[in-house]
Ligand binder design. Structure first.
Ligand code: GDP
Length: 526
């Protein structure tokens, strides 16, 4: 089959939500629709609920599970859909941000009782950075939630995106009757239905039809009013605006009851983008380019401590990936081939011979990859857009066993390559600092160092507010700054200069005092 046909078949997306909004439930129902699983309950919820030491084993188990569920491929209406899982816990937010660089669109789940929550806002910021198209699914309509118009206003206000409802709820909570499809003009009546996929759709081409009153009783008039208001207030939905990330279509439903999902999935199939072009240094890589290219956005350690190999998740961006063919690892300037690349169809790992743009493949790795690495068919370019974010919690690494220094260094290097945390090295004095977005990472690092590298480390807390990358067109000013602030300047793993600010106030004053220096809050410094 031609490359273009393979590309046209594929849609690669992620589901994002604040924890508990219903991401796992929705994932499971989508897989049911796709026939990838047969029964409800097959998708494990790999969320981490507590941040206590007793969760260690839990984290380990979950890491195991999430290898299997990190990418879920399924087919629906002749399309090949790749669903990339994103951890909901805020301490793992960086992992989610990176995964979002590998998708072409996103479904955002909102809890209709809680509305827009903190993680929702953060995740949407990342989507807006790259104009990722977003479809919104407002979940739990069987519960006494907020007024749907208020929810839409809140979405627009807090997420800084225009919305357009494509379905509309008929009442809400205990009296929830179903949804009206504003595009197909039919009523889908709600029935609590947790395991099967059924559909009870009644076409009401004219809302004044008395059949509507028969179906939903006193809520018919409310629906008529609401629909009139919607048609008056909202512009007709334009696919182009959605694809440019300017408008988000909204659906209402109840994931646990399998309700309102088919409407959304059918729309998704119709409007969600196929694999898109990607920015690389100095050029745009089109999926249709004959030469293969892709980048690593996630690295997962093997659970078995006797096998130190890892799985690197690579998103194919152009051309055709082939098993056992030599490709070019750009950063290491090295030829590599892969004997057992895997795909993740229907939650199973399968050996693959070929992969196409939009696909995510797992490559066994013995330490050659780090996040952001690019593979090509010989060309020398790196993909852009896999950022590190300013960490907010900092600790100094203290070796707990001088006999195991080598193991500790190797462990720290590999774990930070995996993106578990960021490593900074003091320019004067060589101390090593670890920066993360959450406390949980430190526990994960300690645990994994012990179990995988047989090294012991302790952490000394450091009082910094934020790390930011610094650059300047004026070299003398930058040099002077680095000299004056030497106690607060460190290098990241790629030898970039990083300034550690003690407080928000210090950061602000420093930025004001040095207008010629740019302070960057992600490592993506362009
Ligand atoms: P996640 O943390 O976003 O993955 O959320 P889950 O999918 O684990 O759902 C969180 C909780 O909400 C679970 O107890 C679900 O059963 C429940 N839930 C999910 N969808 C619905 C729904 O439509 N209605 C109600 N009442 N509960 C739901």
């Amino acid at each position: 089959m031609k490359l273009q046909e393979e590309i046209n078949k594929r849609k690669t997306f992620g589901i994002i939500s604040h924890p508990d909004a219903g991401k796992t439930t929705l994932t499971e129902k989508l897989l049911l629709f796709g026939g990838a699983i047969q029964t409800a309950g097959a998708v494990k919820n790999n969320k981490i609920t507590k941040s206590a030491t007793s969760d260690f084993m839990e984290i380990e188990k979950q890491r195991g599970i999430s290898v299997a569920t990190s990418v879920m491929g399924f087919e629906y209406k002749g399309k090949l859909i790749n669903l990339l899982d994103t951890p909901g816990h805020k301490d793992f937010a960086e992992d989610t941000y990176r995964t979002l660089t590998a998708v072409d669109s996103v479904i955002l789940v909102i809890d209709c009782v809680k509305g827009v929550e903190t993680q929702t806002e953060k995740l949407m910021e990342v989507c807006r950075m790259r104009n990722t198209p977003v479809i919104v699914y407002i979940n739990k309509m069987d519960l006494d939630g907020q007024d749907p118009f208020d929810l839409l206003d809140e979405l627009e206000e807090k997420l800084d995106i225009n919305v357009r409802p494509l379905s509309w709820p008929i009442s809400i909570g205990p009296t929830f009757k179903g949804v009206y499809n504003l595009v197909d003009k039919n009523v889908n009546l709600f029935s609590s239905n947790k395991t099967k996929i059924e559909r009870d759709v009644v076409t009401i081409s004219d809302l004044s039809d008395p059949k509507l009153d028969e179906l939903v009783g006193k809520y018919a008039d409310q629906l008529r009013e609401d629909v009139e208001l919607i048609e008056g207030v909202y512009e007709p939905f334009e696919k182009k605006e959605y694809l440019e990330g300017r408008i988000a279509p909204v659906f209402f439903g109840s994931a646990v009851n399998n309700f309102g999902i088919r409407e959304m999935l059918d729309t998704f199939i119709e409007i969600a983008p196929n694999p898109k072009a990607r920015e690389a240094e100095g050029k745009e890589v089109m999926p249709t380019d004959e030469n293969f290219s892709g980048f690593v956005f996630k690295i997962h350690a093997n659970l078995d401590p006797n096998h130190r190999d890892r799985i690197a998740f690579l998103r194919v961006c152009s051309g055709t990936f082939e098993r056992n063919k030599f490709f070019h690892h750009v950063r290491l300037d090295k030829k590599m081939r892969f004997n057992n690349p895997t795909s993740f169809m229907a939650q199973e790992k399968n050996l693959i011979e070929k992969a196409f743009p939009g696909d995510v493949i797992g490559l066994y790795d013995t330490g050659n990859f780090k996040i952001g690495d690019t593979l090509t068919e010989g060309e020398n370019f790196m993909f852009q857009g896999i950022p590190s974010f300013s960490p907010e919690i900092f600790k100094e690494v203290v070796n707990g066993d001088p006999m195991k220094t080598k193991q500790l260094e190797k462990g720290i290097a590999q774990l930070t390559d995996e993106g578990v945390a960021q490593l900074f090295t003091q320019r004067m004095g060589n101390k090593k600092y670890i920066g993360t977005v959450g406390e949980l990472q430190f526990e994960v690092i300690q645990y994994r160092l012990k179990h995988e590298y047989n090294a012991t480390c302790n952490f000394h807390p450091l009082n910094f507010y934020k790390a930011c990358w610094i650059t300047s067109d004026k070299k003398d000013i930058l040099d002077e700054f680095v000299r004056l602030k030497s106690n607060y300047i460190v290098n990241d793993k790629d030898e970039n200069l990083v300034f550690l600010a003690q407080t928000r106030g210090v950061l602000q004053i420093t930025m004001d005092n040095y207008p010629d220096i740019k302070f960057h809050f992600t490592s993506e410094m362009n």
